[in-house]
Design a protein around this ligand. Structure first.
Ligand SMILES: C[S@@+](CC[C@H](N)C(=O)[O-])C[C@H]1O[C@@H](n2cnc3c(N)ncnc32)[C@H](O)[C@@H]1O
Length: 365
């Protein structure tokens, strides 16, 4: 299947390396195409280019049988990953709708459950935001009239994506349903309340939005739970936890914001986050200490190996070079260390919108 991936501008090489690895593991012959700073990567599946017909054999087969496979959704560097349904490089600005409806007429996914109209997150593509918004408003009723979009949003069904690269070039694609709204560009729109002790608060909030499923958010973030925040000051992450009425032990030699201490849910300990350990297991451990990723991954694994926490969110800073390979090595070390201790731990990771030179990992046992 041909894919379109959206990522943080500048991280196209990592996104390309990640999707190439994904394809190689599945023995899919193909190659990534990336343009530095563009915020997008295309993956070209060689089987889908056979005889230059442009037809995807898997999709052809899918018309008569079950729906073809949907793209992966748990990639680290890709905020959005869609299976390409049609590339429309020469749209007429006076009628963009007709060729889109024609391209979707035979799609095996009709009716789609929802529609996202978006554009890459680059400086060059950002002016397309107005077009994406207004065209989405025109496209939605036209799709419904053609029976291509469910009458009301159905988040259990695949989502139709329209990604504008310019006013005359767009790609139509399909992504896996998530059981909740998919954000345009894969970027949750979060507000930062003024009481938040730091902007970092948005990072943990985004991690909960992106890395947890809705049912996990409900079951795993409950009032009365306990958490440890390693490297907590000034307290944005702890503050997010207190918004879920979770009791937090905040570890940092630096001071915490008064607004955080005023919640009555936070105990501040001035200690070293790499050596401090809890006397009782906690539901959550979160860690935002700025340190070598290998050292952080090893310490996080110790927490799981000793059963000190059930779930964790932590950051891994990215090196200057070979960032995809280094992330894979850090995660492999983390899993190996947990497995040696006989603890089965799962992870999901993402370079969040609020992550610059780092990724955020969710781990749970
Ligand atoms: C990026 S800031 C954390 C911001 C915090 N998550 C928030 O939302 O406000 C990193 C913090 O880690 C703390 N830190 C770094 N190394 C540490 C260590 N070994 N033990 C405890 N805290 C540490 C620093 O003092 C700093 O306050």
């Amino acid at each position: 299947m041909n894919l379109l991936l959206l990522c943080r501008p500048g991280f196209e090489p990592e996104t390309a390396a990640e999707i190439a690895d994904w394809a190689a593991r599945r023995e899919i012959a193909g190659y990534p195409q990336a343009e530095r700073g563009s915020g997008w990567v295309r993956f070209h599946d060689l089987a889908a280019q056979q005889e230059n017909t442009g037809a995807d054999p898997e999709e052809e087969a899918g018309r008569n049988t079950a729906r073809p496979a949907l793209p992966p959704r748990n990639l680290i560097f890709a905020r959005q990953c869609v299976r390409v349904l049609a590339d429309l490089p020469q749209l007429d600005p006076s009628d963009r709708l007709t060729p889109m409806l024609a391209a979707l007429a035979d799609t095996p996914w009709r009716p789609f459950g929802s529609l996202i109209v978006e554009h890459p997150d680059s400086d060059a593509a950002r002016p397309l935001a107005g077009l994406a918004r207004s065209f989405g408003n025109a496209l939605r009723p036209a799709l419904r009239k053609a029976g291509l979009l469910s009458a009301s949003e159905d988040l259990q069904q695949p989502c139709l994506h329209l990604c504008f690269f310019s006013g005359t070039h767009a790609v139509l694609g399909v992504s896996q349903p998530r059981g909740e709204r998919i954000w345009p560009q894969g970027i949750p729109r979060l507000r930062l309340p003024k009481e938040a002790p730091s902007r970092s608060a948005q990072k943990l909030e985004e991690a909960f939005q992106i890395l947890l499923r809705p049912d996990e958010r409900e079951q795993w973030l409950k009032p009365g739970m306990s958490a440890v925040d390693l490297g907590a000051a000034p307290g944005g992450w702890s503050w997010i936890l207190t918004r879920h009425h979770i009791h937090v032990t905040a570890i940092d030699n630096g001071p915490l914001a008064d607004s955080l201490l005023a919640t009555g849910l936070v105990r501040h300990l001035r200690a070293d986050g790499f050596s401090w350990q809890p006397t009782q297991p906690v539901d959550w451990m979160v860690c935002d200490m700025v340190e070598q990723p290998r050292r952080v991954a090893a310490r996080m694994a110790e927490w799981f190996a000793h059963g000190w926490c059930r779930r964790a969110v932590f950051n891994l800073k990215l090196p200057m070079k070979k960032r995809h390979a280094e992330v894979q090595a850090n995660l492999a070390d983390f899993h190996a260390h947990c497995a040696e201790a006989g603890v089965a731990v799962q992870t999901r990771a993402r370079q969040l919108y609020h992550d610059r030179e780092e990724i955020t990992v969710l781990a749970w046992s």
